[in-house]
Design a binder for this molecule. Structure first.
Ligand code: ADP
Ligand code: MG
Length: 232
């Protein structure tokens, strides 16, 4: 299993003011899986993603990702883990505004010490002709494609996407989801967080959160739909 969580809990703060963001989380995710994590605002989606990606630490339980036991890893292990195992894609794209599109992707290549060609990666996300532009010269959907190319540049086996379509119009969002789903076809594990149930219909597997707990884990109700059939 690429991702294994057992009895995971996450609390913020201490004593009577403590907030339980995650409780009793058991989750196994294999390579090649495309998983949508669905739940309303405040249900723990971002916390779950951050615990898997070692941006946050669990208060209890076992977190093992890409063979690394995050809960007991040293800071040095975690540094290697973040560079070589997980890549994040955020709602707000988080590109470097002063770097060109090509340089943004080169950053991902360098960070992972990979030998990938930024222009080939940009072509693979449909931006082969935009390498010399700056992020602010691109549309939102194009900027998210750059962020995806930067994540793919690392070659990392896990893509963690926190509301990646949150700032995009419907058509553009659907194209981004298609691109992300393709990456699971390439053998990665792809987790997409959303509060939008319609988006979850295109997943093979939906992990539904409510108040920090998993209340459902399986195919979407009515089965997986082609991306072209989504409406939101
Ligand atoms: P979601 O992404 O589903 O909107 P989050 O994972 O961001 O939910 O938050 C889950 C719960 O944990 C919420 O109640 C939120 O207020 C709380 N929370 C998240 N991060 C922190 C933090 N750094 N300090 C205190 N509470 C937090
Ligand atoms: Mg969130």
């Amino acid at each position: 299993m690429l991702i294994e969580l057992k009895d995971v809990a996450k609390r913020y703060g201490e004593g009577p003011l403590a907030v339980t963001a995650l409780a009793d989380i058991d989750l196994l995710i294999d390579q090649g899986e495309f998983v949508v994590v669905l739940g309303p605002s405040g249900s723990g989606k971002t916390t779950l993603l951050n615990v898997v990606g070692a941006l946050d630490t669990a208060s209890e339980g076992l977190v093992k990702v890409g063979g690394v036991e995050i809960t007991t890893a040293t800071r040095r292990d975690l540094f290697g883990f973040r560079a070589g195992t997980v890549s994040f894609i955020f709602q707000a794209f988080n590109l470097f505004p002063g770097l060109t599109v090509r340089e943004n992707v080169q950053f991902g290549v360098d960070a992972a010490g990979s030998a990938a060609d930024p222009d080939a990666l940009l072509s693979s996300v449909g931006l082969g002709d935009k390498g010399d532009r700056f992020p602010h010269e691109l549309s939102g959907g194009e900027q998210q494609r750059v962020a995806i190319a930067r994540a793919l540049a690392t070659g990392n086996p896990i893509l963690l996407c926190d509301e990646p379509t949150g700032e995009l119009d419907f058509r553009t969002g659907v194209q981004i989801l298609e691109l992300l789903k393709e990456q699971a076809g390439n053998g990665r594990a792809v987790l997409v967080v959303t509060h939008n149930r319609e988006i979850s219909r295109m997943a093979d597997r939906v992990v539904e959160l409510s108040s920090g707990r998993i209340i459902g884990d399986g195919p979407p109700v009515g089965g997986t739909s082609p991306v072209s059939e989504l409406h939101w």
